[in-house]
Ligand binder design. Structure first.
Ligand code: NAP
Length: 264
């Protein structure tokens, strides 16, 4: 499917499920032509067809593994040529649960590629286009984990800390050109994120229900705060966790809680 109109274009990476899918739906409802990126193109095709039908927008499907640097380089070339680009939501990401030395290092390196390398590459391709237009926005989907540390999620926490820091600095660079940048830092969100084999032993119910958001709530809050907050943490409780988490207290409590559950 190709976009046929001259409406502004919004790229959403990781649009095949969860927060990316919710964000793509929101942007379609605002009248943006979509450029949907992920590996599962069957899902992107189905979403693109549905949103095109519901909102009359164009939907371009781009199957790309963002851990593959050559594919990312090609994607960046296409982004740099997209003169109607107005929004980049770089949302693709995943978690791997397991300590360093036990978790598959190939997966940890792929995580660094998706969260770090592709963030730099995609933002580098989009920034000049947006700067030239003198408007638009970049949302980098990070996590409250970027303020935390934890045994079993060293690479996740560190790469999310990178994404948050990168987005905040990029916001300072692009603000004079009229381009907004937001580090979107959700807490627990009901998506497919925890459906991987690494999380098979992990029980969603171990997290209090009040800490969970829906992907639609996350996307909506991000959109409401875009251009206002450089860092967006959806949910009052998550904002409290971040406020306390900055000094390491939440991470220490989490470790103690996990240790006590292991003993029980
Ligand atoms: N769910 C949570 O509790 C939570 C909390 C804080 C932050 N986040 C962040 O939110 C973002 C979205 O996650 P989600 O919760 O919506 O999980 P999700 O439902 O599992 O969606 C993840 C998306 O990322 C894409 N993706 C993963 N690896 C990719 C790769 N190598 N190349 C291209 N696309 C890739 C997936 O698409 P394909 O598999 O089709 O490629 C999928 O569309 C992530 O950055 C995650 O770190 C999630």
């Amino acid at each position: 499917m190709e976009a046929k109109t001259l409406r502004p274009t919004a790229i959403v990476t990781g649009a095949s499920s969860g927060i990316g899918e919710a964000y793509a739906s929101l942007l379609a409802s605002k009248g943006y032509d979509l450029w949907l990126v992920a590996r599962r193109t069957d899902r992107l095709e189905a979403l693109g067809r549905k949103l095109a039908q519901e909102h009359g927008v164009g939907a371009r499907i781009d199957g790309c593994d963002l851990a593959d640097r050559e594919r990312v380089r090609e994607l960046c070339g296409r982004i740099a040529r997209e003169e109607h680009l107005e929004i980049l939501v770089h949302n693709a990401g995943f978690g791997v649960h397991g300590q360093v030395g036990e978790a598959d290092p190939a997966k940890l390196l792929a995580m660094a590629d998706v969260h770090v390398t592709s963030t730099i590459a995609l933002c580098s391709a989009a920034a000049p286009v947006l700067r030239k237009r003198g408007k638009g926005a970049i949302v980098v989907v990070s996590s409250i984990a970027g303020w935390l540390t934890g045994s079993g999620s060293a690479t996740y926490c560190a790469t999310k800390a990178f994404e948050t820091s990168f987005a905040v600095s990029l916001g300072k660079e692009l603000k004079p050109a009229g381009v907004a940048v937001q580090a979107l830092c959700p807490g627990y969100t009901r998506t497919e994120f925890h459906d991987t084999p690494e999380y098979a032993q992990w029980n969603r119910d171990s997290v209090p229900r009040m800490l969970w958001s829906t992907p639609q709530q996350v996307a909506r809050r991000s959109w409401e705060r875009l251009g206002k907050d450089g860092v967006c943490v959806p949910g009052v409780l998550n904002r409290a966790i971040v406020a306390v988490g900055r000094n390491g207290m939440v991470s220490r409590l989490r470790e103690k809680f996990r240790a006590s559950r292991k003993k029980a």
